[in-house]
Design a protein around this ligand. Structure first.
Ligand SMILES: [Zn+2]
Length: 499
């Protein structure tokens, strides 16, 4: 029977490469390497989405490297070395989480001091550094120095979800393994195995549903199963109730209702879904996933509605009444020719750009209306107290005046800095978006907080975050992080005026 004390995730954490799921493309190479004798100077970099088994693999790898009685490249989990790593009783195996403060201190003492000495009880000293991209420049340099002068008895296993933030010099000294999201069918099979071992009753649809909402993350999937398992029966209904998600059948039925075009029925469905405690954000994700999977079955209809859901999902978290957003968006789709409420995110679109329309193709939202712009300038000038100046070019031309009348201390510096970055940005569209809709709010330590007052602009600027960080870093001579936040214009200016 179920051991309540141990979470399913811990209980079923793979202990050998063969128990790993969804990463066969990596596992066979690792096993082959473990069986070959030419592994002596290797470091590893494991990258990929969260919850796909990077840290678990790192631990298995550490055991396989040190195992006294390996089985086809797998660790035996019985010998003294495997046991020492499993129970955490050896100082030669060190796991460091670079995302934590203690992680940084550990790196200092571990990498600089202790890695110099040979292992005391294992064959090789193993350092697992999780979320390695979080290391500071300084820590990366020390790591690099250690890796550059390889010692046969020390091995680094680095893991990261963001390989683009790991310096090239580190990457080039490691063998890189790309983990991928676990496919739904393998995930369901994995969950079924756990259910069988735990003697839990289940239906396949329920496990597919869990696999579906876990989006390839084993950790989440097993956690969900664990939560629902207190009901003993893993049925679609239980999963749906317990996790606030919809079954595939209800997703399909909701889409069918939309297709009938009957507004009252659509609204009633939305009410029902909302009253059932379904999280509408998760529901929208499921809808999009369903459409993606079944697109060829009803292509025209699915393409039309997917546009609505695409918009909804981008906005739904910003509004307190998600069901209302749903009704407004779908009403517009069902009755494209009647006058409607303006959706929050449409306030910045022109009339022609509004509305999805059952037969029309919707336009991407681009620039703001002139009157809006005028209002913005008016408010901006009252904010900076420099009436005749344009907000973006602004004070660089009249620095002294600006200096005196300015209310926000670094305002003109920020504008000048942003203008420099805009000039250096390589994508014209992003350049335009930055110019029209972005303001530097604060620069604190090395964090640049950028407020963007337009949704489309925000999405595009987000996509180019890496380039922006590079440009800011070059300009300011420090490694910078750019934090991009959407805030609608009204709210932004209201806040500025209030302060
Ligand atoms: Zn062993």
């Amino acid at each position: 029977m179920n051991q309540v004390s141990l979470s399913l995730a811990n209980k079923y954490r793979p202990q050998t490469f063969d128990e790993m799921i969804g990463q066969q493309h990596i596992i066979w190479i690792l096993k082959a390497k473990m069986q070959s004798s030419r592994d002596s100077l290797q470091n590893y970099l494991l990258c990929g989405p969260r919850g796909t088994g990077k840290t678990t693999s790192a631990r298995i790898l550490a055991k396989a490297i040190n195992c006294l009685n390996p089985q086809d490249g797998n660790p035996c989990n019985q010998c003294a070395n495997c046991q020492a790593i499993n129970t955490g009783t050896t100082l030669d195996y060190v796991e460091i989480d670079a995302a934590s403060h203690t992680g940084v201190d550990n790196i200092r003492s571990e990498i600089l001091d202790k890695a110099l000495y040979p292992p005391t009880d294992l064959k090789k000293k193993i350092y697992v550094i999780d979320e390695v991209h979080m290391l500071s420049k300084w820590a990366f340099n020390s790591l690099l120095k250690t890796i550059e002068e390889p010692k046969g008895n020390v091995c680094f296993i680095l893991a990261t979800t963001e390989i683009q933030k790991v310096p090239e010099t580190i990457i080039s000294r490691c063998q890189v393994f790309n983990f991928k999201k676990v496919p739904n069918d393998e995930m369901s099979e994995h969950l079924a195995n756990i259910c069988n071992k735990e003697q839990l009753k289940y239906d396949t649809g329920a496990l597919e549903l869990i696999a579906n909402i876990s989006e390839g993350c084993v950790r989440d999937a097993v956690k969900y199963l664990d939560q629902v398992s207190i009901l003993w029966e893993i049925t679609q209904e239980n999963v749906s109730k317990f996790l606030g998600v919809s079954s595939e059948a209800s997703i399909k039925s909701f889409l069918d209702t939309i297709k009938t075009g009957k507004r009252e029925e659509v609204f009633a469905s939305i009410e029902q879904i909302s009253n059932d405690g379904i999280d509408l954000y998760q529901f929208t994700k499921q809808l999009i996933g369903f459409i993606d999977k079944h697109l060829l079955e009803d292509t025209d209809f699915y393409l039309q509605v997917s546009e609505i859901f695409g918009e909804i999902i981008r906005q739904i978290r910003y509004y307190p009444y998600p069901a209302v957003i749903y009704k407004i968006a779908l009403n517009k789709y069902l009755n494209p020719n009647t006058a409607h409420f303006v959706l929050p995110w449409e306030k910045e679109m022109s009339k022609e750009q509004r509305g999805f329309g059952r037969k029309e193709v919707s336009q991407p939202s681009i620039p703001i209306e002139t009157e809006k712009k005028k209002a913005e300038e008016k408010i901006l000038s009252s904010w900076t107290n420099v009436k005749d100046l344009e907000p973006t070019k602004a004070e660089s031309t009249k620095p002294e005046i600006a200096q005196k009348e300015r209310q926000t201390p670094n305002n003109s510096d920020y504008i000048a800095l942003l203008n420099t970055i805009i000039a250096k940005t390589t994508t014209p569209m992003v350049q335009g978006f930055l110019k029209e809709h972005a303001v530097i709010e604060t620069i604190e330590n090395n964090i640049i907080s950028l407020i963007v007052t337009n949704m489309t602009a925000e999405l595009n600027i987000q996509k180019n975050k890496v380039e922006l960080e590079k440009l800011f870093s070059e300009e300011l001579w420090i490694a910078t992080n750019v934090v991009i936040t959407f805030e609608n214009k009204e709210a932004y200016f209201a806040r500025k005026i209030a302060s």
